[in-house]
Design a binder for this molecule. Structure first.
Ligand SMILES: *[C@@H]1O[C@H](CO)[C@@H](O)[C@H](O)[C@H]1NC(C)=O
Ligand SMILES: *[C@@H]1O[C@H](CO)[C@@H](O)[C@H](O)[C@H]1NC(C)=O
Ligand SMILES: *[C@@H]1O[C@H](CO)[C@@H](O)[C@H](O)[C@H]1NC(C)=O
Ligand SMILES: *[C@@H]1O[C@H](CO)[C@@H](O)[C@H](O)[C@H]1NC(C)=O
Ligand SMILES: *[C@@H]1O[C@H](CO)[C@@H](O)[C@H](O)[C@H]1NC(C)=O
Ligand SMILES: *[C@@H]1O[C@H](CO)[C@@H](O)[C@H](O)[C@H]1NC(C)=O
Ligand SMILES: *[C@@H]1O[C@H](CO)[C@@H](O)[C@H](O)[C@H]1NC(C)=O
Ligand SMILES: *[C@@H]1O[C@H](CO)[C@@H](O)[C@H](O)[C@H]1NC(C)=O
Ligand SMILES: *[C@@H]1O[C@H](CO)[C@@H](O)[C@H](O)[C@H]1NC(C)=O
Length: 208
């Protein structure tokens, strides 16, 4: 009897699940900034319950029940909160974002219009610190320290004699180096160009 009920409930959930829908989104956020994961594709009147589950370096749960108008949090950092009042919009806010927040976030909505399931993959971007120096031998070193993803370095004027080096850090950031020997150039000025999702910058250096 109990088993039959469970099977029926499972079947019913499957049906509701198919009527509803799911989606997968990749979200890129710069470290220190605010991440807002939007989970509202339903009208606020039909929301019954919403549960956020986070699998990053920690696992955290955030849930809201509309019948009780009550919100519960389990194991979440104090940087994790609702963006708005969850009875209006169950969007999740993380501020300020850091590298440990990277991971998968799922939002499960139970509503009178069906069940919805959203997965967000949060990717944290870290801008590198830039420098351009040269030594006595006329070797210029352009360095982009601890960026995520790794910064790309090129030179103006373009050079095919540059040597690249990448150092991977344990926290997922990368330091990019590019070396060029400019002793025999007709251009005493070099410029390195750093390309990165969070910063695009040129650094000039006078080698004359
Ligand atoms: C969240 O997404 C829904 C549709 O997916 C949209 O209607 C709503 O305006 C969005 N809210 C915000 C704050 O972006
Ligand atoms: C709470 O987070 C820790 C990691 O920080 C994890 O090991 C633990 O399983 C989590 N607890 C629950 C109930 O999810
Ligand atoms: C739910 O509770 C909050 C305060 O915790 C209140 O501001 C809000 O109006 C309540 N919503 C409903 C639908 O009762
Ligand atoms: C997030 O989900 C993707 C796809 O399912 C998986 O490849 C990845 O390992 C997951 N990441 C984490 C931190 O669980
Ligand atoms: C640099 O590479 C280009 C083609 O990639 C080549 O035509 C040119 O001769 C090279 N310059 C030097 C100084 O090697
Ligand atoms: C990542 O690790 C590198 C090397 O230890 C450090 O210089 C950098 O500040 C770290 N970045 C973040 C965002 O923690
Ligand atoms: C500079 O380059 C020119 C032509 O590529 C070459 O003839 C000359 O020997 C070079 N000078 C030095 C100091 O390397
Ligand atoms: C090198 O570039 C800097 C900045 O663009 C400029 O101030 C300087 O006069 C240039 N030097 C030479 C020798 O071209
Ligand atoms: C830097 O340039 C690249 C490609 O030109 C672009 O994809 C990226 O969004 C730019 N980043 C910034 C911060 O402007």
């Amino acid at each position: 009897m109990t088993q039959t009920w469970a099977v029926q409930a499972a079947g019913l959930f499957l049906m509701i699940h198919l009527i509803g829908g799911s989606a997968y989104r990749r979200v890129n956020v710069e470290a220190g900034h605010e991440a807002v994961l939007n989970c509202s594709s339903i009208s606020k009147l039909s929301l019954l319950m919403v549960t956020w589950k986070m699998k990053s370096s920690t696992s955290c749960f955030l849930a809201y029940r509309r019948d009780l108008n009550e919100s519960r949090m389990l194991n979440c950092s104090e940087r994790v909160m609702w963006k708005y009042s969850p009875d209006h919009d169950p969007a999740l806010r993380i501020y300020p974002v850091d590298l440990n927040d990277e991971g998968n976030y799922t939002c499960e909505v139970v509503s009178s219009e069906g069940n919805f399931y959203f997965v967000f993959s949060l990717n944290v971007i870290v801008p590198p610190t830039l420098s351009l120096t040269s030594d006595k031998n006329g070797v210029a070193v352009c360095q982009a320290t601890a960026g995520k993803p790794a910064a790309k370095i090129s030179w103006i004027p373009a050079s095919n004699h540059s040597v690249e080096k990448y150092v991977h850090h344990l926290n997922g950031t990368v330091t990019s180096f590019s070396y060029i020997s400019w002793v025999n150039s007709t251009h005493p000025n070099v410029t390195c160009l750093v390309t990165h999702p969070a910063v695009n910058q040129t650094l000039p250096l006078d080698l004359s």
